[in-house]
Ligand binder design. Structure first.
Ligand SMILES: O=P(O)(O)O[C@H]1O[C@H](CO)[C@@H](O)[C@H]1O
Length: 276
Protein backbone atom coordinates (compact mmCIF):
# COMPACT_ATOMS: atom_id res chain seq x y z
CA UNK A 1 0.00 0.00 0.00
CA UNK A 2 1.20 3.52 -0.80
CA UNK A 3 2.04 5.70 2.18
CA UNK A 4 0.04 8.65 0.77
CA UNK A 5 -3.54 8.30 -0.45
CA UNK A 6 -2.71 10.59 -3.33
CA UNK A 7 -5.65 9.91 -5.65
CA UNK A 8 -8.23 10.33 -2.86
CA UNK A 9 -6.49 13.50 -1.67
CA UNK A 10 -6.76 14.90 -5.20
CA UNK A 11 -10.50 14.15 -5.26
CA UNK A 12 -11.05 15.79 -1.85
CA UNK A 13 -9.04 18.84 -2.91
CA UNK A 14 -10.96 19.15 -6.20
CA UNK A 15 -14.24 18.97 -4.26
CA UNK A 16 -13.10 21.72 -1.86
CA UNK A 17 -11.87 23.95 -4.67
CA UNK A 18 -15.34 23.77 -6.21
CA UNK A 19 -17.30 23.98 -2.96
CA UNK A 20 -15.47 27.00 -1.49
CA UNK A 21 -16.34 30.26 -3.20
CA UNK A 22 -13.13 31.91 -1.93
CA UNK A 23 -9.64 31.07 -3.17
CA UNK A 24 -7.82 28.60 -0.91
CA UNK A 25 -5.23 30.49 1.20
CA UNK A 26 -1.58 29.39 1.38
CA UNK A 27 -1.54 29.08 5.18
CA UNK A 28 -3.47 26.52 7.24
CA UNK A 29 -3.99 26.31 11.00
CA UNK A 30 -4.97 23.15 12.90
CA UNK A 31 -6.74 23.97 16.16
CA UNK A 32 -6.07 21.63 19.09
CA UNK A 33 -8.43 20.62 21.90
CA UNK A 34 -10.23 23.65 23.34
CA UNK A 35 -8.54 26.13 20.98
CA UNK A 36 -11.55 26.57 18.69
CA UNK A 37 -12.11 30.17 19.80
CA UNK A 38 -9.52 31.26 17.23
CA UNK A 39 -12.46 31.55 14.83
CA UNK A 40 -14.01 34.20 17.09
CA UNK A 41 -11.25 36.74 16.45
CA UNK A 42 -11.10 36.30 12.69
CA UNK A 43 -13.82 36.95 10.11
CA UNK A 44 -15.23 33.57 9.15
CA UNK A 45 -16.05 33.61 5.43
CA UNK A 46 -17.28 30.05 4.88
CA UNK A 47 -17.06 26.55 6.34
CA UNK A 48 -17.50 22.98 5.11
CA UNK A 49 -18.22 20.10 7.50
CA UNK A 50 -15.77 17.20 7.37
CA UNK A 51 -18.78 14.98 6.67
CA UNK A 52 -19.32 16.79 3.38
CA UNK A 53 -15.73 16.32 2.15
CA UNK A 54 -15.22 13.07 0.22
CA UNK A 55 -12.79 10.65 1.93
CA UNK A 56 -12.32 12.92 4.97
CA UNK A 57 -12.38 11.23 8.40
CA UNK A 58 -14.77 12.48 11.12
CA UNK A 59 -13.85 14.13 14.45
CA UNK A 60 -15.05 12.24 17.50
CA UNK A 61 -13.31 14.11 20.33
CA UNK A 62 -14.90 16.83 22.51
CA UNK A 63 -13.42 20.25 21.76
CA UNK A 64 -12.91 19.38 18.07
CA UNK A 65 -15.69 20.84 15.91
CA UNK A 66 -15.18 19.01 12.62
CA UNK A 67 -15.18 21.64 9.91
CA UNK A 68 -12.82 23.28 7.49
CA UNK A 69 -13.12 27.05 7.41
CA UNK A 70 -11.76 29.93 5.36
CA UNK A 71 -11.43 33.11 7.41
CA UNK A 72 -10.02 36.59 6.89
CA UNK A 73 -7.27 37.65 9.31
CA UNK A 74 -6.55 41.04 7.69
CA UNK A 75 -7.49 42.92 4.56
CA UNK A 76 -6.80 40.59 1.66
CA UNK A 77 -5.23 37.91 3.89
CA UNK A 78 -7.10 34.67 4.48
CA UNK A 79 -6.32 31.46 6.34
CA UNK A 80 -7.62 27.89 6.10
CA UNK A 81 -8.61 26.55 9.53
CA UNK A 82 -9.05 22.90 10.53
CA UNK A 83 -11.50 23.11 13.41
CA UNK A 84 -10.72 19.76 14.92
CA UNK A 85 -8.25 17.02 14.08
CA UNK A 86 -8.03 13.24 13.98
CA UNK A 87 -6.11 11.15 16.47
CA UNK A 88 -4.49 7.73 16.23
CA UNK A 89 -6.33 6.60 19.39
CA UNK A 90 -9.69 7.21 17.66
CA UNK A 91 -8.86 4.14 15.59
CA UNK A 92 -7.58 6.00 12.54
CA UNK A 93 -4.39 4.79 10.91
CA UNK A 94 -1.48 7.27 10.75
CA UNK A 95 -2.35 7.72 7.04
CA UNK A 96 -5.97 8.57 7.92
CA UNK A 97 -4.86 10.95 10.69
CA UNK A 98 -2.72 12.81 8.16
CA UNK A 99 -5.09 12.60 5.20
CA UNK A 100 -5.97 16.33 5.58
CA UNK A 101 -2.28 17.18 5.15
CA UNK A 102 -2.22 15.30 1.86
CA UNK A 103 -5.31 17.31 0.85
CA UNK A 104 -3.58 20.54 1.96
CA UNK A 105 -0.68 19.66 -0.30
CA UNK A 106 -3.07 19.34 -3.25
CA UNK A 107 -4.67 22.67 -2.27
CA UNK A 108 -1.30 24.43 -2.40
CA UNK A 109 -0.83 25.05 1.34
CA UNK A 110 2.71 26.32 1.96
CA UNK A 111 2.71 27.00 5.71
CA UNK A 112 1.07 24.90 8.41
CA UNK A 113 0.52 26.06 11.99
CA UNK A 114 -0.33 23.12 14.27
CA UNK A 115 -1.53 23.55 17.84
CA UNK A 116 -2.38 21.20 20.65
CA UNK A 117 -3.34 20.90 24.29
CA UNK A 118 -0.52 19.15 26.12
CA UNK A 119 0.77 18.15 29.52
CA UNK A 120 3.86 19.94 30.81
CA UNK A 121 6.78 17.61 31.60
CA UNK A 122 9.29 20.38 32.16
CA UNK A 123 9.06 21.19 35.90
CA UNK A 124 9.64 24.90 35.19
CA UNK A 125 6.32 25.07 33.28
CA UNK A 126 2.89 25.79 34.76
CA UNK A 127 -0.61 25.11 33.47
CA UNK A 128 -1.62 27.95 31.16
CA UNK A 129 1.86 28.31 29.62
CA UNK A 130 2.30 28.33 25.87
CA UNK A 131 5.22 26.47 24.28
CA UNK A 132 6.71 26.78 20.82
CA UNK A 133 7.53 23.24 19.68
CA UNK A 134 11.05 23.15 18.31
CA UNK A 135 11.46 19.37 18.13
CA UNK A 136 9.47 16.22 18.75
CA UNK A 137 9.72 12.57 19.70
CA UNK A 138 7.42 10.02 18.06
CA UNK A 139 6.84 7.43 20.80
CA UNK A 140 3.89 5.73 19.17
CA UNK A 141 5.63 2.84 17.47
CA UNK A 142 3.95 3.78 14.21
CA UNK A 143 4.62 6.31 11.44
CA UNK A 144 2.51 7.95 8.70
CA UNK A 145 5.11 7.36 5.97
CA UNK A 146 5.22 3.57 6.29
CA UNK A 147 4.18 2.01 2.99
CA UNK A 148 5.31 2.13 -0.59
CA UNK A 149 6.87 5.53 -1.26
CA UNK A 150 5.83 7.63 -4.24
CA UNK A 151 8.97 9.63 -5.04
CA UNK A 152 6.82 12.25 -6.78
CA UNK A 153 5.28 13.11 -3.38
CA UNK A 154 8.38 13.17 -1.19
CA UNK A 155 11.59 11.32 -0.34
CA UNK A 156 11.69 7.77 0.98
CA UNK A 157 14.10 8.81 3.75
CA UNK A 158 13.01 12.19 5.03
CA UNK A 159 15.48 14.40 6.89
CA UNK A 160 14.15 15.51 10.30
CA UNK A 161 16.90 17.90 11.42
CA UNK A 162 14.44 20.80 11.62
CA UNK A 163 10.81 19.59 11.49
CA UNK A 164 9.70 23.01 12.81
CA UNK A 165 10.73 25.94 10.62
CA UNK A 166 13.41 28.14 12.23
CA UNK A 167 12.02 31.04 10.16
CA UNK A 168 8.52 30.61 11.56
CA UNK A 169 9.82 30.09 15.10
CA UNK A 170 11.77 33.37 14.85
CA UNK A 171 8.69 35.13 13.47
CA UNK A 172 6.49 33.76 16.28
CA UNK A 173 9.03 34.85 18.88
CA UNK A 174 9.28 38.33 17.40
CA UNK A 175 5.50 38.79 17.68
CA UNK A 176 5.07 37.27 21.15
CA UNK A 177 5.35 40.33 23.41
CA UNK A 178 2.99 42.51 21.39
CA UNK A 179 0.52 39.59 21.35
CA UNK A 180 0.65 39.24 25.15
CA UNK A 181 2.38 35.84 25.29
CA UNK A 182 5.71 34.80 26.78
CA UNK A 183 6.22 31.44 25.09
CA UNK A 184 8.51 28.68 26.35
CA UNK A 185 10.24 26.52 23.79
CA UNK A 186 10.79 22.78 23.84
CA UNK A 187 10.30 19.22 22.68
CA UNK A 188 6.83 17.65 22.31
CA UNK A 189 6.47 13.92 22.73
CA UNK A 190 3.60 12.07 21.09
CA UNK A 191 2.21 9.05 22.88
CA UNK A 192 -0.64 7.03 21.39
CA UNK A 193 -3.10 7.73 24.19
CA UNK A 194 -5.96 7.48 24.90
CA UNK A 195 -4.80 6.97 28.48
CA UNK A 196 -3.00 9.86 30.08
CA UNK A 197 0.52 8.81 31.05
CA UNK A 198 1.59 7.01 34.20
CA UNK A 199 4.09 8.62 36.58
CA UNK A 200 6.75 6.22 35.35
CA UNK A 201 6.05 7.07 31.71
CA UNK A 202 6.46 10.77 32.45
CA UNK A 203 9.76 10.10 34.24
CA UNK A 204 10.85 8.17 31.15
CA UNK A 205 9.93 10.90 28.66
CA UNK A 206 11.53 13.55 30.89
CA UNK A 207 14.75 11.55 30.72
CA UNK A 208 14.38 11.63 26.91
CA UNK A 209 14.20 15.44 27.00
CA UNK A 210 10.44 15.94 26.60
CA UNK A 211 9.01 19.30 27.67
CA UNK A 212 5.39 18.63 26.70
CA UNK A 213 3.38 15.47 26.10
CA UNK A 214 0.28 14.80 24.05
CA UNK A 215 -1.48 12.45 21.65
CA UNK A 216 -1.42 14.37 18.36
CA UNK A 217 0.54 16.70 16.07
CA UNK A 218 3.65 14.65 15.26
CA UNK A 219 2.14 12.60 12.42
CA UNK A 220 0.73 15.80 10.89
CA UNK A 221 4.12 17.50 11.13
CA UNK A 222 5.98 14.56 9.58
CA UNK A 223 3.56 14.56 6.64
CA UNK A 224 3.80 18.35 6.21
CA UNK A 225 7.61 18.03 6.25
CA UNK A 226 7.37 15.30 3.63
CA UNK A 227 5.42 17.63 1.34
CA UNK A 228 7.88 20.48 1.93
CA UNK A 229 5.56 22.75 3.95
CA UNK A 230 6.96 25.14 6.55
CA UNK A 231 5.65 24.15 9.98
CA UNK A 232 5.10 26.06 13.21
CA UNK A 233 3.98 24.05 16.26
CA UNK A 234 2.43 25.40 19.46
CA UNK A 235 1.52 23.51 22.65
CA UNK A 236 -0.88 24.99 25.19
CA UNK A 237 0.16 23.49 28.50
CA UNK A 238 -3.26 22.69 29.91
CA UNK A 239 -1.98 20.69 32.89
CA UNK A 240 1.25 19.56 34.40
CA UNK A 241 1.96 15.95 33.41
CA UNK A 242 1.29 12.99 35.68
CA UNK A 243 3.45 13.00 38.80
CA UNK A 244 4.04 16.75 38.47
CA UNK A 245 0.34 17.58 38.67
CA UNK A 246 -1.40 17.93 42.03
CA UNK A 247 -4.69 16.63 40.61
CA UNK A 248 -5.78 13.77 38.37
CA UNK A 249 -6.39 14.47 34.66
CA UNK A 250 -9.60 14.65 32.68
CA UNK A 251 -10.39 15.95 29.21
CA UNK A 252 -13.02 18.46 30.37
CA UNK A 253 -10.35 20.19 32.50
CA UNK A 254 -7.93 20.11 29.55
CA UNK A 255 -10.52 21.81 27.34
CA UNK A 256 -11.34 24.37 30.09
CA UNK A 257 -7.70 25.45 30.48
CA UNK A 258 -7.20 25.54 26.70
CA UNK A 259 -10.31 27.75 26.47
CA UNK A 260 -8.86 30.07 29.08
CA UNK A 261 -5.61 30.63 27.13
CA UNK A 262 -7.39 30.60 23.81
CA UNK A 263 -7.72 34.40 23.61
CA UNK A 264 -4.02 35.21 23.83
CA UNK A 265 -3.09 32.13 21.77
CA UNK A 266 -5.53 33.27 19.07
CA UNK A 267 -4.27 36.86 19.00
CA UNK A 268 -0.70 35.61 18.63
CA UNK A 269 -1.53 33.12 15.88
CA UNK A 270 -3.51 35.78 14.05
CA UNK A 271 -0.55 38.17 14.18
CA UNK A 272 1.73 35.41 12.89
CA UNK A 273 -0.56 34.61 9.96
CA UNK A 274 -0.89 38.30 9.07
CA UNK A 275 2.92 38.64 9.05
CA UNK A 276 3.54 35.60 6.83
O1 LIG B 1 -3.61 17.22 20.88
P1 LIG B 1 -5.01 17.73 20.96
O2 LIG B 1 -5.82 17.36 19.79
O3 LIG B 1 -5.02 19.22 21.21
O4 LIG B 1 -5.70 17.03 22.22
C1 LIG B 1 -5.07 16.66 23.45
O5 LIG B 1 -6.10 16.58 24.40
C2 LIG B 1 -6.62 15.22 24.46
C3 LIG B 1 -6.48 14.72 25.88
O6 LIG B 1 -7.11 15.55 26.80
C4 LIG B 1 -5.75 14.41 23.52
O7 LIG B 1 -6.38 14.28 22.27
C5 LIG B 1 -4.51 15.25 23.43
O8 LIG B 1 -3.75 14.99 22.27
Amino acid sequence: MNNVRHEEAKLSAAHLQKAFSHAIPETAVILGSGLGDFTKIVKVLESISYGDIPHFPQSSVAGHKGKLTIAEVADGKNVLIMEGRFHYYEGYTPQEVTFPIAVFKELGIKQLIVSNAAGGCNPSFTAGDIMIIDDHINLTGNHPLIGKNDDACGPRFLDQTAPYSPRLIALAESLATESGVAPKKGTYVKMTGPTYETRAEIKMVQSYGADSVGMSTVYEVIMANYFGMEVLGISCITNMATGLAKTHHNHAAVVDVANSVSEKFSKWVKNIVVAL
